[in-house]
Every structure is written in C-alpha cells, then in structure tokens.
Design a protein around this ligand. Structure first.
Ligand code: HEM
Length: 268
C-alpha cells in the first residue's frame, strides 16, 4: 500500500473553499436541475469554424439587457403626465446622480440595439442560416425586429417635447392610413380623438410593460431554438461540406491556449 502524503494547509483550505462554493450550487442542482441546464447552454458544442460575425446575436442580446437595466432606472424618476414628463426628464439629466449617463445610454443604446439587430439579421441572411431547419427562428427574429422598432417609436414620445410630440403625430397619422385596421389603430394609440394625456399613458405602458415582456418571451424562444437546432456553420465551411477534421492538431504554444500541468515543461 502506498502511503499518502499528508495534505498541506493550502490544499485543505482550497478543498474547504471549493466545498463552500459548491454547496449552494449542489443544493440548487439537486432540487431544480438548473445548474446542469446553464452548464449545457454555456458549454455546448458549436462548429469549430464558427465566425466572429456569429457573435452579433449575443451583441444584440447585450444591447437589449443594457436597455432593460437603464430603462428600469429611468422609470424610477420619470413621470408619465403631460404636465410633469418634460420636467422629470430635465431632472434626470441635470440633478439625479449619473442620470445624464443612464439617460444617454438608454437613448443612444436604442439606436445601437436596432443597428445590431439589422447587422445580425444581415449575417443570418448572408450565411443562409434562415434555411431549413431554422425558418421558425427567422420568423421569431422578424417579430423581434418589429417589436424593437415599436419600442423605439413608443419611447420617442416620452420626453414630451416638441420633437417627440410632432414625431408621434406623424407616426400615428401614418398608422391611421393603413387599410382596414389603420383608423382603429390610430384611435387606440391616441387614446381618443387627439394626442394628449391618454396617449402618453398608453405609449408609456406599451413601452415599458407590453413590448419588453413580449421581447423577453421571444428572446427566450429564440435562444431555445438556437440551442435546440445548433449554430450553423459559415457557408464556406469545408467541415459542413463533409470534409473530415484534421486529426493532428495544429501546433500551439502549450499552456497558452491549452492548459498544461505546472512543471511538465509544456511538451506534448
Ligand atoms: C432582440 C433581437 C435578437 C437577439 C437578442 C438575437 C440573438 C441571437 C443569438 C444569441 C443567436 C446565436 C448566435 C448568432 O448566430 O449570432 C441568434 C441566432 C439566430 N438569429 Fe437572432 N437575435 C435577435 C434578432 C434576430 C432577427 C431580427 C433575426 C432575423 C430576422 C434573427 C434570426 C436568427 C437566426 C435565423 C438565428 C440562427 C442562426 C444560426 O444558427 O446560424 N435574430 N440570435
């Protein structure tokens, strides 16, 4: 029998720390399986020739999260009434701590979100990633794009200044010219015959409750489909065209991209 070397103090401390970190995770995993689910999502296989352009979806997701977080903060100070809306926006910009930053991030972030969505959609189109079996995810994407733009439209009215007011007049009138549903839609958006307090409440509710809820639901479905169907290879992929992957790995500096045990000298 080989005598075991007694554990050093550092080793014992490391084991204790690991156990302390793992305990709540094990507790959660045993009761929900959530940890396994997150691990599966984060460490699933993707094609080895995945391209940088395939990070545009995650970039769009990041932009949406920024909008959600900054939007919640703005909602704490914004007052959705014709009398107070503009002054509450001025208060956020001039007096609330870092309010100018949060408002700026939300305002410019809206454009970033839309631009990233278009770039991501363009990537999906150029890669042909909308084809079988991903048509449903394309349709979900189109809904996300529509929701994103509706979010921009409804948010634009909220500062209740001249630009916001007249842009909304134009937008609502444009909607009103649509066939059959147009006049009803315009009437609904105005909340009556003219643009006023009701319009502001309706736009605020759509902007901060209805559409964000729909977007979160659609993104969940979108990501579920991405995981279920797998990420597609670029169109020039030799691997996807049936070429075997080379068995010998290309030379890499050991220890830099692939961890090696300390003291082995990094030779393979
Ligand atoms: C809130 C907006 C959106 C978010 C957060 C989002 C997120 C993502 C992510 C993270 C992926 C996987 C990685 C990647 O391929 O980039 C993906 C894939 C995909 N997205 Fe989106 N997306 C959005 C909008 C759209 C739009 C507007 C379309 C098209 C109209 C679309 C169509 C697709 C398709 C078809 C895939 C599968 C691509 C593949 O497997 O290669 N998405 N999306």
């Amino acid at each position: 029998m080989v005598a075991r070397r007694p554990k050093s103090k550092a080793e014992i401390r490391r084991e204790q720390m690991l156990a302390a970190v793992n305990y709540p995770l094990d507790w959660l995993e045993e009761r929900s399986g959530l940890v396994g689910g997150v691990k599966y999502f984060l460490f699933r296989n993707v094609p080895s020739d995945t391209n940088w352009m395939q990070t545009l979806g995650s970039a769009t997701l990041t932009a949406f999260i920024v909008q959600a977080v900054t939007g919640v903060i703005l909602a704490m100070y914004y007052k959705p009434s014709p009398h107070d809306a503009y002054s509450s926006i001025q208060n956020i910009t001039d007096h609330v701590t870092l309010g100018w930053l949060v408002r700026g991030m939300h305002k410019w972030g809206a454009s970033v979100f839309i631009i990233l969505m278009f770039l991501h959609m363009g990537r999906v189109f150029l890669f042909g990633a909308y084809k079988y079996p991903r048509e449903l995810n394309w349709i979900v994407g189109v809904l996300l794009l529509t929701m994103g733009m509706a979010e921009g439209f409804t948010g634009y009215l909220l500062p209740w200044d001249q630009t916001a007011y007249w842009a909304s007049v134009v937008g609502i009138n444009l909607n009103g010219t649509g066939p059959f549903v147009g006049p009803f839609l315009a009437q609904f958006l105005r909340g009556g015959q003219e643009i006023g307090a009701n319009t502001l409440s309706i736009f605020y509710s759509i902007h901060m409750l209805l559409i964000p809820g729909a977007i979160i639901g659609l993104i969940t479905l979108h990501l579920y489909l991405v995981v279920r169907l797998g990420v597609s290879s670029p169109p020039w992929s030799k691997e996807a065209a049936g070429e075997e992957r080379p068995t010998a790995e290309p030379p890499i500096r050991a220890g830099l991209t692939r961890p090696v045990a300390r003291g082995t000298g990094g030779s393979q």
